[in-house]
Design a protein around this ligand. Structure first.
Ligand code: F6P
Length: 339
């Protein structure tokens, strides 16, 4: 009988509990494995904070936001001072002490980096990619993205009506770290007039000219969707910077909304529940075969896997030739360039 550990690390997102359930139920019901829940990401393995994850604990969590295991941004390989404890060594020791056959790491880019290094040190690891940013290299999609897309789109929809009432420019800031997936998709789904993503340089004068042109055409209001990762002065939010510039340059009344952590909270969308469940179940199928050192991915309609070592330090960003970019331009959406 195999014994496996499961942890969630990095920023949370909707679908984590669905993935934990997918891992746990498949392990217990399909394969008769023993499952250990590790608390707060890699911190739990450092501090010996873990507990048996029983089948009954997995019931009723599919629709729950957050993670029943807790999470943290603990990076065990990052040296934090000369007296810092050897965290990778502790993880190694506790993994062995627990008698684990494999550790399932559910997380984003940072987590996959740690997972890859632990695998290099000889631990059996399986990675499952999650994040609202959708920026994990190697998979078509991470779970969390679809739920966040729904939340952002709903927020933009709501901003339309108040923008219209007051004849204002609404600037909305969306998460995504250095990737523009969430902003581009939500911007398109919400009918944004201007969409600024980190992958495409913008010219603030061109953006302002575009907005002035809309005002001249008697368009009552405009929606400007900006990614948190676009170039802007440090210490200020992207939305503050862009909305101030717009008001300064055009004289049009402007308001900003920073969506923030609302994007990561609450119940996962149906698609994320399915994706997370699939990823979880597939991860355990790999473990049953002894096929370690892999990250589960979505390719087209299929669930597959790639070597963790391939994911490394890569980032999946929006390519300049992405079909949605040309479609947006065709719809007269301003992506930061000339009109
Ligand atoms: O990685 C997901 C994410 O939501 C990013 O979009 C955002 O920049 C970051 O997490 C902020 O998270 P935290 O404040 O939890 O570190």
């Amino acid at each position: 009988m195999k014994k496996i550990g499961v942890l969630t690390a990095g920023g949370d997102c909707p679908g984590l509990n669905a993935a934990i359930r997918g891992v746990g139920k498949t392990a217990i019901v399909k394969y008769g494995m023993e499952v250990i829940g590790i608390a707060d990401g890699f911190l739990g393995l450092i501090n010996k904070d873990y507990f048996p994850l029983k089948e009954e604990m997995l019931s009723g969590i599919l629709t729950l936001g957050g993670t029943i295991l807790g999470t943290s941004r603990e990076k065990p390989f990052k040296k934090t001072g000369p007296l810092s404890i050897d965290k990778p060594k502790l993880i190694n020791e506790h993994y062995k002490e627990l008698g684990l056959d494999c550790l399932v790491c559910i997380g984003g880019n940072g987590t996959m980096k740690t997972a890859t290094r632990l695998a290099k040190e000889g631990l059996n690891i399986i990675g499952i990619p999650k994040t609202i940013d959708n920026d994990v290299w190697g998979t078509d999609q991470t779970f969390g993205f679809d739920s966040a897309l729904g939340i952002c789109t709903d927020a933009i929809d709501r901003l339309h009506s108040t923008a219209n009432s007051h004849k204002r420019i609404m600037v909305i800031e969306i998460m995504g770290h250095d990737a523009g997936w969430l902003t581009l998709y939500a911007g398109m789904a919400g009918g944004g007039d201007v969409i600024l993503i980190p992958e495409l340089d913008y010219d603030i004068d061109a953006v302002c000219n575009y907005l002035m042109e809309r005002a001249r055409k008697k368009k009552a209001y405009s929606i400007v969707v900006v990614a948190e990762g676009i170039k802007h002065p440090k210490k200020r939010s992207a939305a503050s910077y862009i909305s101030e510039k717009i008001e300064e340059n055009t004289g049009l009344e402007t308001r900003k909304t920073i969506l923030g952590y609302i994007q990561r909270g609450g119940s996962p969308s149906p698609m994320d529940r399915i994706l997370a469940s699939r990823f979880g179940a597939y991860a355990v199928d790999l473990i049953a075969k002894g096929d370690y050192g892999k990250m589960v991915i979505k390719k087209g309609e299929k669930t597959k896997d790639i070597p963790l070592s391939k994911v490394g330090n890569k980032l999946r960003i929006v390519p300049h030739n992405h079909s949605l970019i040309s479609k947006a331009r065709g719809l007269d959406v301003c992506l930061g360039g000339k009109i």
